[in-house]
Write a protein that binds this ligand. Structure first.
Ligand code: ATP
Ligand code: MG
Length: 215
């Protein structure tokens, strides 16, 4: 069953709540290896997104995602802001003219997001960034597509892969962003951006598993 624009709005709305609930956690993680602002940055951005969502209710999926991306760009700042903005702007482009999306569309959109973040930030897997959560999630979705499993199961697998990727950042030495200034001392701490990215993918899996498919 397809994912509708209501499901997309629901995902973004729920993610804004997840970010608000985890602001302190993200800040604590960033305090270990960065400048302790990732939670505040993300919460400021998604609070602004929440104010824009009511006016998006009759817009298409691509327009909704573009609005999210543009809002993040103008409100989040730092390194994380443009990177999160890129995720949503690339998804918007990948899903142009879609009234609803299926697993293949979602896999393409998340892959476009990953490529966009890599083009902008030049991080590769293993650099201890949000790419370490995004990349395994995309790989899991592609594998699921090849196996022909259900959308719910595929989303669940992508969330599990993102979770593993997030945890796998703990021993890594950061090679991009502010954490890289610490060199070897960045090892032993979970990357804040990989953590917020896991929440993004996990929230999609959880929200869309509960969606109304009988419309
Ligand atoms: N080049 C990059 N590519 C991908 N992700 C990155 C890159 N640089 C940083 N990140 C991600 O951004 C997260 C930090 O985001 P945050 O919102 O704290 O911005 P910031 O690094 O404090 O920005 P600034 O240093 O400009 O203030 C990191 O945990 C990492 O996952
Ligand atoms: Mg920071």
């Amino acid at each position: 069953m397809a994912i509708s624009k209501e499901d997309i709005l629901n995902w973004i709305n729920t993610y804004a709540q997840v970010i608000a609930e985890n602001e302190a956690l993200l800040t604590d993680l960033d305090a270990q290896i960065g400048d302790a602002d990732h939670g505040a940055n993300m919460n400021r951005g998604f609070k602004a997104v929440l104010t824009k969502l009511p006016a998006q209710e009759d817009k298409d999926i691509s327009t909704i995602l573009k609005t999210v991306g543009m809002t993040l760009l103008s409100t989040v700042g730092g390194a994380g802001g443009p990177l999160y903005s890129t995720i949503f702007l690339e998804m918007s482009k990948a899903l142009a003219n879609k009234e609803e999306i299926d697993l293949a569309d979602w896999a393409s959109a998340l892959e476009a997001a990953e490529k966009g973040v890599q083009n902008r930030g030049k991080a590769v897997p293993g650099d201890k960034t949000m790419i370490d959560a995004l990349e395994p999630a995309v790989a899991a979705l592609k594998e699921a597509l090849a196996q022909n499993i259900s959308l719910e199961e595929a989303l669940q697998k992508s969330a599990e892969a993102a979770h593993e990727g997030m945890l796998a950042t703990i021993p890594l030495v950061a090679r991009k962003g502010r954490a890289s200034y610490l060199g070897e001392r960045s090892a032993g701490h979970q990357d804040p951006g990989a953590t917020s990215t896991f929440f993004l993918i996990d929230t999609a899996a959880k929200t869309w598993a509960k969606r109304n498919t009988h419309k």
